[in-house]
Design a binder for this molecule. Structure first.
Ligand code: PEP
Length: 251
């Protein structure tokens, strides 16, 4: 892997304060894997408590609004995430794109707001099953990158792409290593078009049904710089097995 691997848990709408015990266990485990950067994006309500709990993991948001403040009932801004102790935010997750109608332009605006607030940002892209079956996967993902990636000058060092085929999320199905390699190579090429030589510094994660059993194989694929993990990030046991697969344990 060209970068220190980054393993990020996306808790989605799961977790009340009772889940903080699991977060502490993840924190303790992460501290034993200094070669791996570990992040967790809990629901907004847990960000501040988790950020106060320790330094071995970076805490993030799952989304942010593009504006700093205002009459946007129910939304949370990137500035607020930063204030709560977040170090990054995910934007453009396929569940946001599908369930909240987020366009590439909206995702780009959120990503730029996150950078402006001093956060790192993980921009999610990925094709549907129908798009893959019709041979359009790379074209779809390239278009999403063109439309969604922030154009902030400082972007390249603080931006991560998460390639998450929609059909692999929460389904237990994963693409072949060859398909992941081909897509990550295509993404790398597109990042070069968007950012020039800075595109080489952008980390590319794979996401979609990563678990303890398949993590080692997926993380060994060329240019897979880590993983975005949903279901398997909810318990310390399963998440830490993925962290362990990503790097050398100091235990
Ligand atoms: C996700 O939603 O970002 C994700 C990768 O989920 P899962 O690991 O459960 O497929």
């Amino acid at each position: 892997m060209p970068h220190r691997p980054f393993i990020v848990g996306n808790w989605k709408m799961n977790g009340t304060r009772a889940q903080l015990a699991e977060a502490r266990a993840i924190e303790r485990g992460a501290a034993r894997h200094a070669g791996v950067r570990v992040g967790v994006a809990p629901p907004f309500t847990l960000i501040a408590a988790m950020a106060e709990d320790g330094q071995a993991i970076v805490v993030g948001g799952q989304d942010c609004h593009a504006e700093e403040r205002g009459a946007f009932t129910g939304d949370v801004s990137a500035v607020m995430l930063k204030d709560a102790g977040a170090g990054f935010t995910i934007v453009g997750h396929s569940e946001r794109r599908a369930m909240h109608g987020e366009s590439d332009a909206a995702v780009k605006a959120k990503a730029e707001a996150a950078l402006a607030a001093g956060l790192e940002v993980i921009v999610c892209v990925g094709e549907t099953e129908a798009q893959r079956d019709s041979g359009q996967a790379e074209a779809v993902v390239s278009a999403q990158l063109d439309g969604s990636m922030p154009r902030d000058e400082s972007a390249a060092g603080r931006v991560t792409v998460a390639y998450e085929p929609v059909w692999a999320i929460g389904t237990g199905r994963v693409p072949s290593a060859a398909d992941v390699a081909a897509m990550h190579a295509a993404i790398r090429g597109r990042l070069g078009v968007i950012y020039g030589e800075d595109g080489a510094a952008v980390r590319i994660l794979y996401g979609g049904s990563v678990n303890a059993g398949n993590a080692a194989e997926l993380l060994a694929v060329t240019d897979v710089g880590g993983a975005l993990v949903g279901g398997a990030s909810l318990t310390a046991d399963s998440f830490l097995s993925i962290v362990s697969a990503a790097g050398t344990s100091e235990e």
